[in-house]
Design a protein around this ligand. Structure first.
Ligand SMILES: [Zn+2]
Length: 319
């Protein structure tokens, strides 16, 4: 895949990947933290951090290979929750540089010339813990991680799983200073009507695009069918490409985000959606304006392969 992400999104829907931390937790290489604390509040400490990149690189390498074989055109380096703040709370702060560099190196090894490598940047959790007064500290943390990702040689950045628009805008600002293409996806909890600081999907899309994101959308918390409502609202609001990285867990009308369901994190197997949900989503993606299609929690290579089939079937139907 020689073109950059922006050129590729102009030509059609680009297939990503996603769901690394949950999949590696299932395989025994990532700590969910559920044995020590209530997970899913956003205020946690050690759970779901990416130290597997230095502690068990072979496990991470293998999962990248599975996604590449399934058809992913963009591999996400496992740098999610890789700010020094979050890693500090997990006891890995002093290895922030090593974890970010190793994650990018491993993704690049597997991607070769066949896929692009994206650096993943997520929220610090400081807006949840301390409120907007943490803004300057948050900016320093994003500045540091995004520079580490640039130095490690990522092709683009995916800013994802932000619950507060204000924190996302800080991250976009730091990313813009680096000059790499930016895909920015907000997460909506507890309902799909607004993010944690009260902005609708349309408002989020406009603000992210206005701040300089090259593609905007949603990730995590909802399965494809429920996320579609968010994506349509965003598509109406902006002219930049739409990005979608849905979760593979079934939500409910009364609880519209999987991390607030009692099944998170230790009963997730019981709310897994069928991979056919991703095939259906792939089939409708282009018509819905989705130009970047990845996955999030619960997704694995089988889901990406299904999405690839859906994208291919949609193209055939167009001929
Ligand atoms: Zn997720």
């Amino acid at each position: 895949m020689k073109d950059g992400i922006l050129e590729s999104m102009k030509r059609g829907t680009v297939l990503g990947d996603g769901g690394y931390l949950i999949e590696l937790e299932r395989r025994g290489h990532v700590d969910s933290g559920s044995g020590r604390e209530k997970v899913g509040t956003g205020k946690g400490s050690g759970q779901f951090t990416p130290e597997v990149a230095i502690e068990n690189p072979d496990a991470l390498r293998e999962l990248h290979r599975e996604f590449l074989n399934a058809g992913s055109e963009v591999l996400q380096a496992l740098t999610f929750f890789g700010t020094r703040e979050k890693l500090n709370r997990a006891g890995y702060g002093s290895q922030t540089e090593a974890i970010n560099a190793a994650a990018v190196r491993i993704a690049r090894e597997v991607a070769g010339d066949a896929a692009l490598v994206a650096g993943s940047v997520s929220r610090t959790q400081l807006f949840e813990r301390e409120g907007a007064s943490a803004r300057d500290h948050v900016r320093d943390l994003f500045d540091e991680q995004i520079r580490l990702l640039r130095d490690a040689g990522v092709d683009c950045l995916i800013l994802e799983t932000f619950f507060h628009l204000e924190e996302m805008l800080v991250a976009i600002d730091c990313a813009r200073a680096i000059g790499l293409p930016i895909i920015a996806t907000m997460s909506f909890r507890p309902t799909i009507a607004s993010c944690s600081d009260g902005h609708s999907p349309a408002e989020c899309a406009k603000a992210m695009a206005g701040a300089g994101a090259d593609a905007v959308g949603a990730n995590c918390e909802q399965e494809p069918s429920r996320m579609l409502t968010i994506l349509r609202e965003m598509r109406e609001a902006v002219s930049v490409p739409i990005a979608a990285q849905p979760a593979a867990f079934r939500t409910r009308d009364d609880i519209q985000c999987f991390t607030r369901l009692p099944e998170f994190p230790d009963g997730l197997e019981t709310i897994q959606v069928a991979r056919s949900a991703f095939e259906d989503f792939g089939r409708m993606a282009a018509a819905e304006g989705v130009r970047f299609l990845g996955g999030c929690c619960g997704c694995n290579a089988a889901y990406i392969r299904a999405a690839a089939r859906g994208l291919a079937n949609a193209k055939t139907a167009d001929l």
